[in-house]
Structures are given as C-alpha cells and as structure tokens.
Design a protein around this ligand. Structure first.
Ligand SMILES: [Zn+2]
Length: 257
C-alpha cells in the first residue's frame, strides 16, 4: 500500500461531526496516514484543536484567517489568530489558509491584501510556510508575493490559475496543491499538471468540498486523496508509487513534518 498525505482537509467541519472516526479509518485504510488541517478564522480554532488532540499522530495544524472571513472586523480576527500563534507557535506548521478571493465579493479586496501581508509577516517571524487560497486574483497575488517574499515559501492550494500562473509559481519556488478538480472531465488543470514537475505538486482534498470523480458532488473526505493520486499518475504517465513517494517527500520538506 502506498503512503499518502492529505495536505489540506477541513475534517473538523460540522459535516464530519457524526462519523469522524469512520472517516479517519477510511483514510488510514487507503494509506492516508497524515492529514493537515487548514484554519478558516477564529471560529474554527477550537474545533481544529480538539480534533488534533484526539488523533495527534495523524493531524497537523495550520493557523490563519481565510480571505472570505476578512470583513469590517478583520483586525479583531487577526488579533485572535495572532494571539494563538504567538502563544502556541510550535503547534502550527504553517500559516493558512490565507490569501485573496475576488470571486464572490471584492468589497474587502483592499482589506484582504492588508490581512495577507500581515500574515506573511507572521510567517516570516515564526519561520513557517504559507498555504495560499487564491481565486480570481492570481495577478494580485503574485504582486503581493514579489513585494512581500515568504522566506519558507508555501503552496498555492486548490490551484485554479493558468499554465503561465503555474510556471510563475514554480519559478518562485512554490508548490501547487492539486485536488479533486484534476479528476473532472474536461478540466484545464490536467493539462497544467502534465506540464508541471512532480517535485512541485502537493496532493490535497479540501474536504468536505470538491470531491473527486467518482464521488463528485458528494461530501469529500481524506481517503479520496488516493483517487487524486491515481489520476495524477495517469496524467504524468508514471506509477502511483512514484506519485505517492514524491508528493509525500514534497510535503515533508515544505512543512517540516
Ligand atoms: Zn480549504
């Protein structure tokens, strides 16, 4: 059996309240032995901590404020998160998910940038990588990253940019997070993955969202990272073992697990 890591999974979400033990067991049965939990905002910190504490060998945590949680009160959100990272820095292996999301709403576009830059400063202060959420804002994201370099780099999670965005990210030393979308019929991402070095790919689910084929539309869970790995192996014309080994190594190096 191959060993896999789900580098982005919200298993502390209410969607898993009823059957989290089964979900974890499903993951272990598929060889998914490590799962990284990205934060959303102050409202998810306690749920995430509780889940990690019950399975300390499996879970690793991130901390940060997601761009869609950046509203009028974003400074308060940042304060809560900063308080957490400054008192428990060792509990978190990355700052995330943080970023820019101009897809749903651009009302707080400026605040999103300010919050992102602040959180990049924390990443550098605590020497952590970042997990970036970017939607409809790749140009703006690259502008921020060029001006505010992240020492330990990071991952563009759930990558949804163009091939040239992907190449630019790779040139800057970033990883691309590849999940369920790559398994969908007629997706541009498969073409991008075909061009990318395996050394720049991390596998993720983003559970409970974006379940891969054949579970599309259903609740996603960490076990399905195996389906993503299988498709990536097909696209890159290599073995599942090779994909598992390289992407696991990529995650170990980036996050220092
Ligand atoms: Zn996410």
């Amino acid at each position: 059996m191959v060993q896999l890591i789900d580098t982005h999974s919200h298993l502390y979400d209410e969607a898993f309240d009823e059957d989290i033990d089964i979900v974890i067991n499903n993951a272990l049965e598929k060889g998914v032995t490590k799962i990284i939990l990205p934060a959303i905002d102050s409202s998810t910190i306690e749920r995430q901590k509780k889940l990690s504490a019950s399975y300390p060998d499996i879970f690793y945590q991130m901390i940060g404020v997601h761009p869609t949680s950046i509203k009028e009160d974003y400074r308060k959100e940042l304060d809560v998160v900063y308080n957490e990272i400054s008192t428990n820095a060792d509990s978190y292996l990355a700052i995330g998910e943080v970023g820019l999301d101009y897809y749903w709403d651009t009302t707080f576009a400026h605040e999103q940038q300010t919050a992102l830059i602040t959180q990049i400063e924390w990443a550098n202060k605590y020497q952590k990588p970042v997990a970036l959420h970017v939607r409809n804002a790749y140009t703006e994201m690259f502008e921020v990253l060029e001006k505010h370099s992240v020492d330990r780099r990071g991952v563009l999670h759930c990558f949804s940019g163009t091939l040239s965005d992907a190449k630019r990210a790779v040139d800057m030393g970033y990883m691309l997070g590849i999940g369920g979308v790559v398994t969908f019929k007629k997706n541009e991402l498969a073409k991008i993955v075909a061009e990318l070095p395996l050394q720049n790919i991390l596998l993720e689910t983003d559970a409970p969202y974006l379940a891969p084929t054949p579970y599309r539309g259903k609740r996603n869970e960490s076990a399905y990272v195996l389906n993503v790995a299988q498709i990536v192996a097909e696209i890159k014309n290599t073995s599942l073992e090779q994909v598992a080994e390289t992407t696991l190594q990529n995650a170990v190096e980036l996050f220092g697990i």
